[in-house]
Design a protein around this ligand. Structure first.
Ligand SMILES: [Zn+2]
Length: 310
């Protein structure tokens, strides 16, 4: 459930979110003409008066309209299939966009009576307003199982089946992940790689000469070294692809070294899913990985890895 985007309160909407935290639905009413107003605004939608007062209401209402979204609207919501999106008409009149909970698909009917559900996200200190049937109760909480997993590694991830092509395609994003751990690229590591690969060009290994002649003021790491150090950079991904027998590193669509990594600098990485395609042999995912020197805008390595799940 983590990694889902959460609302950001504005000055105008803050009282609505504050009330939800106290498990109370509160909306604005016009002092002049008594019109109830939602979403939060600065003026009455009926008479344009700016004399609005926040008032607690029951939160009860009827289902005005709904949509069952069977294709995740965002990878973070892949665990809610279908997403039960609803327009709820409060008894006071205004309509609220929300989601339905504790209801099976075939129980949902336009016009049904609904009551509010206060969904606390304790970690973030936010309470979301959802709705359920008037007589529905939340399912009994699952028994708490004590896990022996180290807490630092127990990141909650959305699991995506590699055969669920719609869910896989929903992973495609313009936005990059959070950063990985940082790793120092030492001169010793560069020397080891020079020995292993035979790439011992002076710009990598001759510190004195590089100080005088290198356009970077010293030695730099081999591009290929930085590229393979990717395996030591652990990127915190919000998803985990599951349900495959075999995962194959199929190669790279594009590999670039746009900027140098001076010896002694720290690097870190992030990634995004650039493309997902179904092929006869399985699902092919293109992962665009960027390695940067910490603090540098320009990546040191761009690698568009092609991974096949079979
Ligand atoms: Zn008014």
């Amino acid at each position: 459930m983590s990694f889902k985007p959460l609302p950001v309160a504005t000055e105008t909407s803050q009282p609505f979110w504050d009330a939800l935290r106290d498990h109370q639905v509160s909306i604005q009413q016009c002092d002049e003409c008594q019109t109830w107003i939602f979403y939060p605004r600065q003026h009455c939608t009926h008479c344009l008066s700016d004399k609005l007062t926040w008032k607690p209401v029951s939160g009860n209402g009827t289902l005005y309209s709904f949509t069952l979204a069977r294709v995740p609207t965002d990878p973070a919501f892949a665990d809610e299939k279908p997403q039960k999106m609803a327009v709820v008409q409060l008894d006071e009149g205004p309509r609220i966009n929300s989601t339905l909970v504790y209801l099976d698909e075939d129980e949902i009917q336009v016009g049904m009576r609904l009551k509010p559900v206060f969904d606390d996200n304790e970690k973030e200190g936010v309470t979301l307003l959802r709705f359920t049937g008037e007589h529905c109760e939340p399912p009994a909480p699952e028994p708490v199982v004590k896990e022996t997993v180290e807490p630092a590694t127990a990141v909650e991830k959305v699991q995506v089946k590699c055969t669920d092509i719609d869910a896989m395609k929903a992973l495609v994003s313009e936005e990059f992940s959070a950063w990985s751990n940082q790793l120092e690229v030492t001169q010793a590591l560069i020397n080891q790689f020079a020995e292993l690969s035979g790439d011992d060009y002076w710009i990598h290994t001759d510190i004195e000469k590089a100080k005088k002649l290198s356009p970077f003021g010293g030695t730099i790491a081999q591009g290929a070294l930085v590229q393979v150090l990717m395996t030591k950079l652990h990127i915190p991904l919000a998803y985990e692809v599951v349900g495959f027998n075999n995962m194959v590193n199929y190669g790279s669509d594009k590999l670039r070294f746009p900027s140098p990594v001076p010896a002694g600098s720290k690097i870190h990485a992030r990634s995004r899913v650039k493309a997902v395609e179904a092929s006869s042999s399985g699902t092919q995912l293109t992962l665009e990985m960027h390695i940067h020197v910490v603090g540098q805008e320009r990546p040191a390595v761009i690698n568009e890895l092609v991974i096949k799940y079979m």
